[in-house]
Design a protein around this ligand. Structure first.
Ligand SMILES: [Zn+2]
Length: 92
C-alpha cells in the first residue's frame, strides 16, 4: 500500500467498501437466521455470495497490482501502475 499511488488508494477504498458490505450482509443474515426468518435468509444468502465475490475480486486486483509494481508504486500518483495488467516504468 502506497499512499501516493492513485491505484493503491483506489483499490484499498474499493476493498474497504467491499469488506464493510460483506460484514453488513453477514450480520443481517445472522440476525435473520436467529429469528428463524427463512424468507430473509433465502434473500440474503445470494447477496452474501455476491459480496464475497466482489471482495475476492478486489483482493486479487490488489495482489496483482502489488506484484506488478514489485511493491514499489510510483512516488507520484501517475495512475499508470495498474492499467489492464500493464507494467509501466516507475522510479524507485
Ligand atoms: Zn500502487
Amino acid at each position: 500500500m502506497d499512499q501516493n499511488c492513485e491505484d493503491c488508494r483506489h483499490l484499498w477504498r474499493a476493498y474497504a467498501a467491499a469488506t464493510s458490505d460483506y460484514f453488513s450482509v453477514d450480520a443481517q443474515l445472522q440476525a435473520a437466521a436467529g429469528k428463524d426468518n427463512f424468507e430473509a435468509v433465502a434473500l440474503l444468502i445470494p447477496r452474501l455470495e455476491a459480496s464475497e465475490e466482489t471482495k475476492a475480486a478486489v483482493r486479487n486486483a490488489l495482489r496483482q497490482h502489488e506484484e506488478e509494481t514489485g511493491y514499489r508504486c510510483p512516488p507520484q500518483s501517475t495512475g499508470l501502475c495498474f492499467r489492464g495488467g500493464r507494467v509501466l516504468a516507475f522510479s524507485v
